[in-house]
Each structure stands twice: as structure tokens, then as C-alpha cells.
Write a protein that binds this ligand. Structure first.
Ligand SMILES: CC(C)(COP(=O)(O)OP(=O)(O)OC[C@H]1O[C@@H](n2cnc3c(N)ncnc32)[C@H](O)[C@@H]1OP(=O)(O)O)[C@@H](O)C(=O)NCCC(=O)NCCS
Length: 192
């Protein structure tokens, strides 16, 4: 089914990064993914999270389509080796409990947070906060002045978490992603 898709310009405005009401947990370690075996673990975790979290937000068919498009081992390898996208892993007791992916956005100065996912059983402990802090650290040391991301308009949990992490909505963006599917998102931005 065809969809009408639009675009929105990113606007820049200052936003503070609010301090957490909780201390950063020492139990969570953030380490980059560099090897195939680590990408495979990310793939398995992503499949579990998507199939748990996205029903009710997008259709089961779109979930499988987007998993295929974004989480095949080939795509993860290409992100890492060709497209300059970094994957950070959140580890508790050495086990993978979450991950993020980020890399340069075509707009100068913007780092795009492509992915941020935490195992349902490990949420609410500060994993996402630590993953975003790691991306922000990378951004600052590589001369980016903001982090941008897209989040589905119906993904209320993620929007609330991003707002707690200092991101703010910058407008809607709708994209045709092929296969008869559309992404109906907000842009969000964190100024550093
Ligand atoms: C969104 C997500 C990554 C948050 O991960 P998390 O590890 O639970 O988040 P944290 O514990 O680091 O919390 C970060 C902040 O968000 C807030 N937050 C987390 N979950 C929240 C919720 N359900 N409602 C409101 N605020 C929430 C926390 O209170 C915290 O703020 P604080 O430190 O000031 O208290 C996780 O819920 C997730 O993986 N969701 C499913 C996948 C998804 O939608 N990812 C985003 C794709 S765009």
C-alpha cells in the first residue's frame, strides 16, 4: 500500500542534559562490539526485544521486515566495517543486556543514534543512560555538537526515556521503507 511520506528539517536549540535522579550503576560496563561473535549476540538480543516490544506499535509483518533490513549479520558487519557505525554493548556480569549503534549523520555536527535497546528484564537500571553517555562522550571527542535520533511516534516508553535523558522532540518524519511499510517517527535531539 502506498504511503505519503514527508521530511522535516532538523532545528537546533539548546537542551540541558538533566542529571539522573539515580547514581550511575557500577554493575553496568559499556564496551564496543568489534567481533563477529559480539555482533551475533546483538542480533539475537535485538530479535528478542523487537518481538517483545514492537507488537502494538507496528505490525508483526513490519517487525520481521525491519529485523531483516537492520539486523542481519551482513548488515551489522557492513555498519561496523564500511559505514563507520559504532556498536556499544552494555554488559552486566559479562553478559550482554543492551546495545546502541551510532555514527555520523549527513548534517554537519550531528551524530545519529541509530539503535538503543535494553533487555526487558534489565530495564530501569541505567543501561540506556550509560549507553547514551558513552555515545555523548564519543560525540564530544569527535567534534559533534548534538545527537539526533528517530523514534516511532507510538513508542511512548522510549520517548519518555529519551526525554529523561535530555532529548527533545524536533518534529515528525515519515519515511517509506519499502515492502509497503512506513516509519512514522519523531526526530529527537540532544544538544551537547
Ligand atoms: C527505552 C529503553 C532503551 C530504556 O532503557 P533503560 O535501560 O530501561 O533506561 P534507563 O534505566 O537508563 O533509564 C533512562 C532514563 O529514562 C527513564 N525511563 C526509563 N524507562 C522509562 C519509562 N518506561 N517511562 C518513563 N521513564 C523511563 C528513567 O527513569 C531514566 O531517567 P532517570 O535516570 O532520570 O531516572 C528501553 O526501555 C528499551 O529497550 N525499550 C524497548 C526498545 C526501544 O523502544 N528502544 C528505542 C528505539 S528508538
Amino acid at each position: 500500500m502506498p504511503y505519503l511520506c514527508g521530511q522535516v528539517l532538523l532545528q537546533t536549540a539548546r537542551a540541558e542534559w538533566p542529571a539522573s535522579s539515580r547514581p550511575m550503576s557500577d554493575e553496568i560496563r559499556i564496551e564496543p562490539a568489534t567481533e563477529d561473535a559480539q555482533l551475533s549476540e546483538i542480533q539475537v538480543l535485538a530479535h528478542a526485544i523487537w518481538r517483545e516490544h514492537y507488537p502494538g506499535i507496528i505490525s508483526p509483518e513490519q517487525i520481521e521486515y525491519m529485523l531483516q533490513a537492520g539486523y542481519s549479520l551482513e548488515v551489522l558487519r557492513r555498519d561496523l566495517t564500511r559505514d563507520g557505525i559504532r556498536y556499544d554493548r552494555a554488559l552486566i556480569d559479562g553478559a550482554l543486556v543492551g546495545f546502541s549503534a551510532y555514527g555520523p549523520h549527513p548534517d554537519a555536527g550531528a551524530l545519529m543514534l541509530h539503535k538503543l535497546y535494553v533487555d526487558a528484564a534489565r530495564r530501569g537500571r541505567g543501561c540506556a543512560r550509560k549507553l547514551v553517555a558513552s555515545a555523548a562522550q564519543y560525540a564530544r571527542t569527535h567534534a559533534f555538537d548534538r545527537i539526533v535520533l528517530r523514534v516511532n511516534k507510538a513508542n511512548q516508553i522510549a520517548i519518555a526515556a529519551y526525554e529523561r535523558l535530555g532529548f527533545s522532540k524536533r518534529g515528525p518524519i515519515v519515511s517509506d521503507i519499502g515492502g509497503g511499510f512506513c516509519m512514522d517517527d519523531y526526530w529527537m535531539q540532544l544538544d551537547l
